[in-house]
Design a protein around this ligand. Sequence first.
Ligand code: ATP
Ligand code: TZE
Ligand code: MG
Length: 278
Amino acid sequence: MNTNETQWGPKAWRLLSLVRAQSPLIQCITNFVSMDIVANTLLSAGASPAMLHAAQELSDFTPRVAALCVNVGTLSPSWLPAMKAAAQICNEHRTPWVLDPVAASASAFRFEACRELLRLKPTVVRGNASEIIALSLAFAELHTNLSKGVDSVHESMDAVEAAKLLAQTSGAVVAVSGATDIVTDGNRVFGAHNGVAMMQKITATGCSVTALIAAFVAVDKDHALDAAVSALAVFGVAGEQGMKMAKGPASLRVHLIDALYGLDEATLNSHVNITHLC
Ligand SMILES: Nc1ncnc2c1ncn2[C@@H]1O[C@H](COP(=O)(O)OP(=O)(O)OP(=O)(O)O)[C@@H](O)[C@H]1O
Ligand SMILES: Cc1ncsc1CCO
Ligand SMILES: [Mg+2]
């Protein structure tokens, strides 16, 4: 068990150090908006991103990746089969994969696609509160229409019970981003209290932290809950450090990536703020 709150700073540092040392290959089938910032987030953390999505390439490439990140942000019918095929290859190879259900309830097509992907048993699902609430109800066969688009209209703390239910019904570790990032395996619930509100004003920071979770899970496959909450805290600390230099969202985007690249042990030990919520 890794539940001692005082150990989270060292644990986050250990996982970031493993990512830097191992440079895990992370395949991202992600949306057009996020491709650049996701790849740069992974690179600055020490991982090796690859944004491959052609179905014809998966059988050669996907068996060699350390983790997969699937993001439905700009989903189209031609991409969904590749997402599912890549997830299945990961499952066959016991490779962890992470799902970002962007705007899950924006359309019936997207909603059903997210449900199909959830049935393929992602290791971790990371969404904002509106996405997790919608998916949780969907997985319990209820109907909902809760988001206005890709941004959340809920607070992450509103989603604790939904996240636990989704974790229990899907088998995934479920992470909800927000002022407090919530992470649960359906039993234990942790909160990561790092980050700054202006991170919401940079498009695809959520997509980026989902990819960072994939990199952390890649280096600690057997502790997906710990890896996910650590990745969220590390990204949040990078946001806090970057905010010291930033003048607004555009410069925060730059300084957050620089801060992630430069994070050191002392900074993580003093700033990682993870608590056991319930
Ligand atoms: N109020 C807040 N205070 C501090 N950090 C926050 C706050 N809201 C979000 N964050 C952080 O911003 C990052 C993105 O989270 P957000 O919930 O905005 O994701 P998202 O809605 O999926 O974003 P996107 O779809 O644009 O990728 C996360 O690292 C999260 O911890
Ligand atoms: C703005 C936007 N629209 C589809 S995906 C995306 C990036 C944030 O998820
Ligand atoms: Mg999102």
